[in-house]
Write a new protein. Structure first.
Length: 97
C-alpha cells in the first residue's frame, strides 16, 4: 500500500477546495498563489490515478417543478457554479412516470 506524503495531502486539499469554490482554475490559482500549470498537472495526475468518476449522493425526496408535475425526478446534480442538472424518468410511451 502506498503512503501519502504531506505534500500530496496539500495538493489533494487544494484540488478539493478548487472543485468546491465555483471559481475558474485561473482565478482560484491567482487567489491561492499557485501556478496554473502546476494546478493543472496536479489535477490531471489525480484524475489519472483515481479515475474520472465522482461520487454523487441522491437527494432523499425531490418534488418535480409544477410544470413537470407528471414527471418522476430520478436525479439532480447541483454544481458549485449554480448550474443544476435534473434527470427525469422517461417511459416507452414517451411520457414520464
Amino acid at each position: 500500500m502506498r503512503s501519502i506524503s504531506a505534500g500530496e495531502d496539500r495538493r489533494v486539499a487544494l484540488l478539493r477546495e478548487f472543485e468546491r469554490s465555483g471559481l475558474s482554475m485561473a482565478e482560484f490559482c491567482r487567489r491561492r498563489e499557485v501556478g496554473y500549470s502546476t494546478m493543472a498537472a496536479w489535477r490531471r495526475s489525480f484524475r489519472e490515478r483515481t479515475g474520472a468518476f465522482v461520487e454523487v449522493e441522491p437527494l432523499e425526496s425531490v418534488a418535480p417543478p409544477a410544470a413537470r408535475s407528471t414527471g418522476s425526478l430520478c436525479a439532480e446534480l447541483a454544481l458549485p457554479g449554480g448550474a443544476v442538472l435534473r434527470v427525469y424518468q422517461i417511459h416507452p410511451t414517451g411520457g414520464r412516470a
